[in-house]
Unconditional design. Structure first.
Length: 249
């Protein structure tokens, strides 16, 4: 774990309910920070492969997963830039994935997209120690979700994985009209719940969307570096496991 500010007070013990932090509001990214997107996506696609008997058509499941991850990210980037609409994003990522795998079946893309939107939010795998950390933080701070997803989908993920009640609010890019890393997203997220910038902290796994976005807005950040990537960005805190949050907060 790395701390930019070495003199930050970390002397409180576990028996002390309130540590001496300046924070009152903790904003969490959802996908791959608390909700295990990668595991849940794999489970969803296994189910979809069963439904449409795709195991003989798409024999390399891992290639399907990595191809989808690529186009999903690309399509989201186009959506963030306003180049495509929500409905186009939802179908395009599957069209491009199947096309790359030499299965240009537009009808199948639509069916997979419908299945994905229905099944994915029902999955409930959480990142390790999510419940333990939320249970610890809940009496101490106001907790919020700040996510680039769609409101109905992200809310369903929180409900179905049993963590909705930990949060004082869910703010999605659909609510803000902007997406992370746009500083206006963070500004909206704070203003809408009367939170002060100096008392707020962003926790996320994405160096650009969560960390760079919060930093450019002037808000402290915790980079959840799950994959231990190397970087040279100046970050307030960096952790490799979620439970390390309990040492900071
Ligand atoms: Mg994320």
């Amino acid at each position: 774990m790395k701390f930019k500010n070495k003199t930050f007070p970390l002397h409180a013990t576990e028996s002390c309910l309130y540590k001496l932090t300046k924070y009152r509001n903790i904003y969490f990214d959802l996908d791959n920070t608390l909700w295990d997107f990668e595991t849940n996506a794999r489970d969803t696609f296994r189910e979809i492969f069963d439904i449409h008997h795709l195991w003989n058509t798409i024999t390399d499941f891992e290639r399907f997963i990595s191809t989808f991850a690529l186009y999903n990210e690309q399509s989201w980037e186009k959506y963030r830039l306003g180049q495509i609409r929500k409905e186009e994003l939802r179908i395009e990522r599957f069209c491009l994935t199947l096309h790359r795998l030499k299965i240009p079946d537009h009808n199948l893309s639509g069916l997979i997209s419908d299945n994905y939107l229905e099944l994915m939010p029902q999955k409930s795998n959480l990142v390790e120690n999510t419940l333990k950390v939320l249970e610890y933080l809940k009496p101490r701070y106001r907790l919020f979700i700040l996510t680039n997803g769609f409101h109905d989908i992200q809310s369903a993920k929180l409900e179905n994985s049993g963590i909705r009640h930990y949060f004082n609010g869910i703010i999605t890019s659909e609510d803000t009209r902007w997406s992370k890393p746009d500083p206006r997203t963070f500004e909206y997220a704070l203003k809408s719940v009367n939170a002060k910038k100096a008392e707020s902290l962003m926790v996320g796994d994405n160096l650009i969307l969560d960390i760079s976005g919060a930093r450019n807005f002037g808000m402290d950040q915790v980079f959840f570096n799950r994959k231990m990537i190397s970087h040279d960005m100046n970050i307030t805190y960096e952790i490799n496991e979620l439970k390390e949050l309990m040492l900071i907060l």
